[in-house]
Design a protein around this ligand. Sequence first.
Ligand SMILES: *Cc1c(COP(=O)(O)O)cnc(C)c1O
Ligand code: SF4
Length: 399
Amino acid sequence: MNKDVIKTVDQLKVYLNTMKVDSDLKSDIIEGLAQNSMSLTITHHVLNLIDWNNPSTDPIRKQFLPLHSEYLPSHPQSRIDSLSEKKQEVSSGLIHRYPNKLLFLSTNYCPTYCAFCTRSYTVSNDTEFLKKSKLEEAFKTRVNNLVKYLKSNPNISDIVISGGDIASASTSMIDIILSAIINIQTLKTVRLATRTLLFNPDIFLPKTQLFELITKYSSRFKSQGIELSIQCHFNHANEISTTSQEATNSLFNSGVKIRNQTVLLNGVNSSHEAQKELIHKLISSNIEPYYVYQMDMVTNAEHFRTSLKTCIDISKSLTGLFPGFHLPRFIVDLPFGGGKRSVYEYDFYDDKYGVYWFRSPAISDDKIYFYCDPLKYLNAHIQEQWIRKKSISAIYNLD
Ligand SMILES: *Cc1c(COP(=O)(O)O)cnc(C)c1O
Ligand code: SF4
């Protein structure tokens, strides 16, 4: 398996030479790596999905090998842990934000790293300028804590097991988690979050250890009245290879529901056509389009962000083109832990400073949350104010 993964700059250079990537673009890619918040790890499967005849516009290249020349300065209000997950962590890797739902971070690793990762504060190895906050406790201790937490909070009926990527953990680790929670009767839904149906779909094919494990647990959970599902992450139709489809169709035929989450990324899938094509391909691969996320205000990923209006406009343009149950929900996950809201649910939009204000009653009765558009959508004078004043409280004289 290791020989299918590129982890060093030298290995990547060899690959780029084989693909006859021109030398300017090659240097731009290599310099881009030095700026990336994520360490270098990319499967050959992903590299081979890139159209190396048109690499500068390729939607897959952009996500995993951003160019030095593509990076933009972060919005002053961006944060490495933009969702404030650390503040809502009740024990190592256990994030409790919503009353009835729990998020378990099983691992810090993924088989390939996305340059826009919202969890860059903890996922991947350290990079030159970003020391990661790693999961502190040993895996078994964390699973024990999870079970204790679920037992003492019987109102929690849903758990998302994520990371990192659950499929980068060994199947025995997944086995340990699932066997630990299968008898917790207050659970109704368990979701396994993974992007490996893109990164390395082979390991999800019928007869593999992982496939057998998931389908076995899916039936066992079902007989306990619990739905075990997969939550995957495809951002562009080109990512869904025939192997991915073979895996998702087989999982579906074995009774495993798969829902997709997409991140809206500037220049990758930020158009009506790209989203429409993706939804078509998801549906024909037996994957339910679940969410399209407005890109989070995460540090060092500014060039991936669009305005919130772009997201709203794409959403509006798709309504009516698909059966309603196939339409994804367009969501913004609010900075500082405000949680997910529909992009339409803001109370107020300040178009001068590009700030959307939201309430989030499920999280807090009195707090007000915000999302800021990228500075490039604002006029030069306002951009300058943001850069000088640096924070939303200074912009609005809130201190
Ligand atoms: C997204 C998320 C969930 C699951 O939310 P759904 O909207 O039900 O998919 C649970 N906990 C946390 C902390 C989350 O970020
Ligand atoms: S797969 Fe998910 S957790 Fe892993 S790098 Fe990509 S966005 Fe981050």
